[in-house]
Design a protein around this ligand. Sequence first.
Ligand SMILES: [Zn+2]
Length: 245
Amino acid sequence: MIFEKFSINFDKKKRSKNQIKFLIFHYTGMQSEIESLKRLCNPKSKVSCHYFIGFSGKITRLVPDEFSAWHAGKSNWKNINLLNRYSIGIELANPGHQFGYRKFKKSQINSLKKISKLLIKKYKISKTNIVGHSDVAPLRKKDPGEKFPWKSLASSNVGLWHKLKDRELKKRRKNKINNREKKFFFKYIRKIGYKINYNVKKTVYQKRVTQAFQRRFRPESISGIIDQECLLIAKNLAFLIKNKT
Ligand SMILES: [Zn+2]
């Protein structure tokens, strides 16, 4: 069941069904669920989303799918800019890194799986177009963060995950990579969809985009340092995308 509440923070021009190509997940980054909802509906905040999932798993629609809600801001994925126009934004209540980031509730994730599956089917959204806010805006954003259960979502066919076994990975976490491998890492993650276009200092950007990758695909350590485990995961994902498996 989906509840309705109205936010005015969206583009008034309607979009067609086939313009919707992405799902973008967020956390609210606020302690109070009610305050989060108020903010997402307040014209002064200029932010919103399509669906809001509270701590209990209750889903509230704030903006109808046929309008672009204001949730992603300056963003890029697979060389496409400003993703609001092409995406559905889903916010999950969570205090976020600033106010005591915590595990998402099971009920929230169950609701998220349900609504995502409906949307994937309705708009034929590809696995590789299901992303977190930090994936599409790695310089500015950390949400939904490393506690977001991407692996569990992928096991329900929501989003992408690698096909490597734990034992193939863990021992490699501390192993460094060389410059050649570093180049490959960026080549792979570009294939996944990350923007590798340095409009800020290269080392700063590389660290942030690596952290975004780690939050998403290697949440056990968000070091910003590329190690052999990251390289292996990125390579496997690029391979899966290439072979559409
Ligand atoms: Zn966000």
